[in-house]
Design a binder for this molecule. Structure first.
Ligand code: CP3
Length: 347
């Protein structure tokens, strides 16, 4: 009785904490999604943000990559903008573009008009997570939220952007309103994560995808305190915390300061160098270039071996891509990577 290994003893949770593992755990950002024909079939006719609020669809889409690839973790099918949508912000996810906001935040008054997220509107989320935890057994489920800065870029730009110039201009011109905006987004992210933790997720990841556009000093003073507030507000020491952004090479020494166990690294910095930059107290997640999966098998194998070898420099290594799976990726390449990483690291 009670001896069966559960998700709390999984290789994912152990690697995140820097404990010995049976083999390096593997999962892929955006593993659920357009690279899978079974996903495209199930999603047909349902808008992205509708699908995210349907517990049946969330459960099935989340399980698809676990069944197909044998990954070591599921990631909840949802989106970083969902807490805003549930709170009442008018947002649409346009296929091939990303989130588009009907009335972007352009003034201090717009910041103060941003609606708060009421936790009792997240019942669908708790239902989906509880169902998934029951279905997944010993496989851990990763919950997630968008970090305050990355959400602010969508709210201020009105949609995806490259330079995030309006966002930075607002940050410099309206420091007090900027702080209020990020504080509110931190509360909303913590509420979104709290529902997932209460319903049983085994780890959480905060996506600060676009933080890499900031200088270290701006990141440290105007952004990082709000990401830290998400984790502090969540107050869940039992759940490992992963913090990820793209282009964060210069921010790596800072990113762990959000109070996390794992720092996610994109493909630009090799993991042995990343381990030096983050210091000894953290595990690493990453960092195969997603574009490598579009290349020939020999290249894939060489790059996977390199990432596995360089990952040995870290306290613990969770194998992942450096960013999300590209839609054109052959699903067979993903399954192959899982098998190869397991083979290379079996103890
Ligand atoms: O990783 C997973 O498999 C879990 C699900 C997940 C989605 N979005 C589903 C999704 C996760 C973790 C996210 C996070 C997310 N959403 C981020 C952070 C991660 C990152 O990529 O940096 C960001 C920036 C968003 C905002 C967003 N949502 C973008 C930029 C897009 C892509 C638009 C497009 O069509 O290319 C989305 C839509 C989205 N979110 C899709 C999926 C599966 C594709 C929409 C569809 O299938 O119709």
């Amino acid at each position: 009785m009670g001896t069966a290994a559960g998700p709390a003893d999984s290789d994912l949770v152990r690697a995140a904490r820097g404990l010995p593992v049976s083999r390096t755990p593997v999962w892929f950002m955006r593993q659920a999604g357009r690279s899978l024909p079974e996903y495209r079939a199930l999603r047909a006719g349902t808008a992205m943000l509708q699908a995210c609020q349907d517990p049946d669809l969330v459960t099935e889409i989340t399980l698809q990559p676990v069944r197909r690839h044998g990954v070591d973790a599921a990631i909840l099918f949802s989106d970083i903008v969902l807490p805003l949508v549930v709170a009442g912000v008018d947002i649409e996810i346009k296929p091939g573009i990303g989130p588009v906001i009907a009335s972007p935040i352009r003034s201090v008054a717009d910041v103060d008009a941003l609606p708060a997220l009421e936790p009792d509107r997240l019942e669908f989320l708790g239902t989906a997570v509880r169902r998934l935890v029951a279905e997944l057994g010993a496989t851990p489920l990763i919950g997630f939220a968008g970090a305050p800065f990355t959400l602010a870029t969508y709210l201020i730009e009105g949609g995806p952007s490259k330079e995030h110039a309006r966002t930075k201009a607002f940050m410099y011109a309206e420091p007090a309103a900027w702080q209020r905006l990020l504080e509110r987004l931190a509360v909303s992210a913590a509420t979104f994560l709290r529902t997932q933790v209460d319903a049983g997720v085994s780890a959480v990841q905060l996506f600060d995808s676009w933080a890499g556009v900031l200088s270290p000093v701006d990141y440290a003073t105007r952004v990082l305190p709000h990401s830290r507030a998400v984790f502090d507000g969540l107050a869940a020491p039992e759940v490992p915390k992963i913090h990820f952004g793209v282009g964060t090479g210069e921010l790596l020494p800072l990113i762990g300061d959000a109070g996390v166990d794992v720092v996610g690294v994109d493909w630009r910095v090799p993991l042995d160098e990343a381990a030096r930059r983050v210091g000894p107290g953290y595990s690493l997640q990453g960092n195969l270039d997603p574009a490598v999966l579009l290349a020939d098998r020999e290249t894939v194998d060489r790059e996977v071996r390199r990432v596995v070898e360089q990952g040995r420099a870290a306290r613990g290594h969770v194998f992942n891509l450096g960013h999300g799976v590209l839609p054109d990726t052959d699903p067979g390449a993903l399954t192959h990577v899982v098998e190869l990483v397991h083979e290379l690291t079996a103890s």
